[in-house]
Design a protein around this ligand. Structure first.
Ligand SMILES: [Fe+2]
Length: 179
């Protein structure tokens, strides 16, 4: 009778040669996993995002319109109203953030899920603002205070945001950020 494991076998810290029939295809086609050393500003710099915020870019996946970054709002402030056409997962790392449309306040280690068709407005009241890790998919449409459409951000917008800053500051483009 098959047994069901309670937890994966984890008694030895050693590499096991796992059989897989398609290793050559993986080697030929997969972008490969990697480590992004986020605390190292040489790996990915803080790129200004308006006067009171900065973004540390982590990943760009053009096949799925996925972009990942850390958004840092440096003191009490707002990220204006935007409409999602994809799914977002964010983790609050430091500080706190709330949304005008919802009744909760995100604190460190809290997870925020955003789904297509939602529009909302971020506010941080925390004296040190907020740092949010985000894994984001799909276009985000930004609107002004009168509900006029301003611009769409997507993986290419974020890639351009990163690359423009690198070019203007003589920084090397980090190929590890491109999935
Ligand atoms: Fe959002």
């Amino acid at each position: 009778m098959a047994t069901q494991m309670k937890a994966p076998p984890s008694d030895k810290a050693e590499i096991v040669d796992v059989p897989y029939a398609y290793r050559d295809l993986v080697a030929r086609t997969s972008p490969g996993g990697r480590y992004i050393d986020v605390p190292d500003d040489n790996e990915s710099p803080w790129v200004p995002f308006g006067d009171n915020a900065a973004i540390k870019h982590i990943a760009f996946d053009v096949r799925q319109n996925i972009f990942s970054n850390i958004l840092w709002i440096k003191s009490p402030g707002v990220i204006g109203t935007h409409f999602h056409r994809g799914t977002i997962m964010m983790v609050c790392l430091e500080g706190s953030v709330r949304y005008l449309e919802y009744d909760w306040v995100a604190r460190p280690f809290g997870v925020i899920l955003e789904t297509p068709g939602e529009s909302h407005t971020l506010v941080t009241d925390h004296p040190d603002g907020v740092k949010l890790f985000g894994w984001m998919q799909g276009p985000i449409d930004f609107y002004d205070a009168d509900a006029n459409f301003v611009e769409t951000t997507d993986v290419f917008w974020f890639m351009n945001h990163y690359e423009t800053y690198c070019r203007e500051n003589g920084l090397a483009i980090n190929p590890k950020l491109y999935l």
